[in-house]
Write a protein that binds this ligand. Sequence first.
Ligand SMILES: C[S@@+](CC[C@H](N)C(=O)[O-])C[C@H]1O[C@@H](n2cnc3c(N)ncnc32)[C@H](O)[C@@H]1O
Length: 186
Amino acid sequence: MDLQKLACEPSPAAYNEYRHALVPGCGSGYDVVLLAQYGWRAKGIDLSPIAIDRARRIASDSPDSDGATFAVENFFDTQAPTGGYQLIFDYTFFCALDPKLREAWARKMSQLLAKHGILVTLMFPTKQLTDNPPPHTSAPEDYTRVLSPYFDLVGETIAGKGPASRREIEMIALWRLKEAEQQPKH
Ligand SMILES: C[S@@+](CC[C@H](N)C(=O)[O-])C[C@H]1O[C@@H](n2cnc3c(N)ncnc32)[C@H](O)[C@@H]1O
């Protein structure tokens, strides 16, 4: 299965006039720029003003990145555009959070996404990397435990294209938001 193709090409949820994507904990924002270059209206958010300043500089130096926007925002307080995001990309955000926040992370993901929206989780590190986290170990079953009430797993695979040092401990998965009536009521 070509997860990159699935994630980057329009899903049923993306047949709107605009395709909105979110990258929470975007750091320097390279993923936001890449999504903008694929044609998404991509928003990167981070708690760190320094990271967001840097991301804005990187985006302004990158071609075809007009669709990239950035804000200093807490993921747990951020609001979706009308209709929700069609795509959310989590790369090393989950592993940066205190594991006590994982249920809240999953619930917030479900609230931000549009009907049929997709969540891409680049899962790292899938095995314990340090006794002094973050990064917190983020194995596929850790994601499944908190996401399965809200999402169906479309597929997961070894990420493959990352740095060689990460190949054994990095996977990518794609999740599709369940119909509202199949999700827990809050
Ligand atoms: C490990 S870094 C990931 C950076 C980026 N994804 C990358 O690949 O370069 C985690 C980021 O999440 C941000 N962060 C942590 N908690 C956050 C929250 N509640 N809301 C928004 N950003 C948060 C941190 O400031 C940090 O930049």
